[in-house]
Design a protein around this ligand. Structure first.
Ligand code: F6P
Length: 328
């Protein structure tokens, strides 16, 4: 292993996600394992600009593998988007003796890392942390699996009350512009219909599907709506539209919101975080930079940050067909 890197900084940035703490723990302990120092940076890039740092050793990450959120806190820093902000941040890292950086976050955070690398020739490595699963170069981002389980758990509960009252529920889930959460949680929770941005079902087909569902003897229904769905109506407008056209339905809306980002990470996310943290640190020590570590077909891989930012992990449209068949 290269001896040029003696100290690695780690930060979490953007929307938090379950598994970020397990990734911090992995980075800190892998550094300790290889005799490299580790510096925790609070509040993402904003903390880098303000010099909000804390030396971290293997004991500073005790008992966090099971905790949601991020002990390093997270932020979306406007100042880091300016050259002045990045110069301050770089100077602080140099003053603190940091030689390389691990950034745990989504594509916005990776864009910051890439620019920082380019401007200061500073070694960076990304770990994908977002519930949205919208990053190219990894089949799973940290927190996605936990969020799916949270959503399924919520919809199971909604189903109890929906079926007791013979109601139709529109359940809005997160995902920004991607439908991964909606599609997979929708199938897992047995939704009658799933609306995702990648495939515009159209209002007519939605009406048709709900009519068919009623005619087939179903007395209650769940429609999962991705927040980024492009149907042209938000979830409350959808409710009004369906109420107008199918007055026989008693409809409620449930927006799951930020609860999807919280909670103890699943075993899958903890293992993934541990694997990605090891790879991120060891890749930096091998002299690699400007990559994102991810997982593809259960193999930990490196993808150039630029590709990870520009691409999107594609949605499997076959899942929509599976969903259709399941809602027969
Ligand atoms: O990217 C994660 C995410 O939770 C998205 O699913 C959602 O659109 C967004 O962040 C919400 O961001 P904020 O925390 O700023 O409300």
């Amino acid at each position: 292993m290269s001896k040029t890197i003696k100290k690695i900084g780690v930060l979490t940035s953007g929307g938090d996600s379950p598994g970020m703490n397990a990734a911090i723990r992995s980075v800190v302990r892998t550094c300790a394992f290889h005799g490299v120092e580790c510096l925790g940076i609070y509040r993402g890039y904003q903390g880098m600009i303000e010099g909000d740092f804390k030396e971290m050793g293997p004991r500073s990450v005790n008992n966090i593998v099971n905790k949601g959120g991020t002990i390093l806190k997270s932020a979306r820093s406007k100042e880091f988007m300016t050259k002045e902000g990045r110069i301050k941040a770089h100077q602080n890292l140099v003053n603190a003796g940091v030689d390389a950086l691990v950034v745990i976050g989504g594509d916005g955070s990776f864009t910051g890392a890439e620019v920082f690398n380019e401007e200061f020739d500073f070694p960076v490595m990304g770990i994908p942390g977002t519930i949205d699963n919208d990053i190219f170069g990894t089949s799973h981002t940290l927190g996605y699996d936990t969020a799916l389980n949270t959503v399924v758990d919520c919809i199971d509960k909604i189903r109890d009350t929906a079926s007791s009252h013979n109601r139709l529920f529109f359940v809005e889930v997160m995902g920004r512009d991607a439908g991964h959460i909606a599609l997979n949680a929708g199938i897992g929770a047995g939704a009658e219909e799933i609306l995702i941005p990648e495939e515009d079902l159209g209002l007519d087909r939605l009406l048709e599907s709900l009519q068919k569902s009623k005619a087939s003897g179903k007395s209650s229904s769940i429609v999962v709506v991705a927040e980024g769905d492009k149907m042209g109506k938000n979830v409350f407008e959808l409710k009004d539209y369906i109420e107008q056209h199918l007055p026989e339905y008693d409809i409620r809306v449930s927006v799951l919101g930020h609860m999807q980002r919280g909670g103890s990470p699943s075993c899958f996310d903890r293992v993934l975080a541990s694997r990605l943290g090891v790879k991120a640190v060891e890749s930096l020590l091998e002299g690699k930079s400007n990559y994102m570590v991810g997982i593809l077909q259960d193999v930990v891989t490196l993808t150039p940050l630029e590709q990870a930012i520009k691409g999107h992990y594609p949605i499997d449209l076959e899942l929509l067909r599976v969903s259709d068949i399941m809602s027969t």
